[in-house]
Design a protein around this ligand. Sequence first.
Ligand code: NAD
Length: 391
Amino acid sequence: MAKKNEILSRKLRMGMVGGGPTAFIGEVHRKAIRLDGEIELVAGAFDIDPKQSRKMGRMLYLPKKRAYNTYQDMIAGELALPVGERIDFVSITTPNSSHFPIAKAFLEAGFHVVCEKPMTMDVKEAVKLKEIVKKTRKIFMLTHTYTGFPMVKLAKDLVADGKLGKVHKVIVQYHQGWLMRALEKSGQQQAAWRTDPKQAGAAGCMGDIGTHAANLAEYVSGLSIKELCADLTPFVKGRKLDDDGNVLLHFNKGAKGVLTASQVQVGHDNDLAIWVYGENGSLEWHQEHPNQLLVKPIDAPKEIWERGNGYVEAASPAAAKNSRLPGGHPEAYIEAFANLYMRAGEAIRARVAGKKADPLSLDFPTVTDGVSGMKFIEAVVKSKGKWTKIK
Ligand code: NAD
């Protein structure tokens, strides 16, 4: 879209779909891109209600003509601009049911795409989207946020470097309690679509946060889930989709594990945590204390690794690249999103300029992770207590 080398000497231009005045995650994305000053938001179709989209445009001080009524108007409007003014990529932060049509339309119009998870409504759409990404040769980044944390990258590198020896067990959990009340009945926006199969997809809690846990387990361990046995429950009366689930996992290379995800575990906020066990030691990371990684060698005292220290950077170039502050000044959720945007931005610049991207720049979740996530969701819903293969 943009000219070859000019993309190397300016900020990347982003458009956003979703993220209206009452939305949750769109504003987090906007805060994340402001952190490094490499990307500017120049256009958007921010809300399903065109009036709210225009209002959001005013709140963001955008020119009137770039706060569009619909995403289709945004594609037409951006294509009508001179090449040097158009967006380079779009960020999709709408509920799950619209990810596929919006991503497809922007890719086919020639734009790179950042997309929220779960990627699509089913495996069929996910596979189709992967084909479209391949055909259009565009960068596609899926915002599995937790892979953007530096200490998660350190954990991945320690496992890959053999610090734990052969991994035989992975435990991962994502526990929340905010849906114990039927908030959807009072019209609470974020609860309403998450509990509606037409907007959320085949799974509730498992699609919303179980996929994050599955992605984290595969990313850190370097293994992939090959079969699972799941027990999903909607505990809140009248709910059509699960708000809780317990899953046994079989990974490749003989490793086994357990994944639990819940939005009705009262007392938990965003309690995502992972434990990886190998023959020579284990490690442990908690999202609510993200600047520390616990490493427990089999025959030595427990170690607390703290982000921002030279020994972390020496062990993991990826942790170093995705860290901004010295140790003791905490980094967390917004920085993790910013890391995903920084890496995808570097990949977009390299792709447009026809240059080879640094391998560390390509360390972000892609359409392939999106396909895995949809296969995970399909299998946990299908399982109903029986072992179910993931192909
Ligand atoms: P939300 O309801 O708060 O916001 C959704 C926004 O999208 C609203 O402004 C809505 O009007 C707008 N919208 C809906 N359809 C649209 C359309 N066709 N065109 C333009 N705008 C449209 O939802 P949310 O909680 O922000 O979640 C949005 C997405 O982000 C979901 O897919 C969710 O799974 C994902 N999410 C990811 C994370 C993460 O950590 N990566 C966290 C929360 C949510």
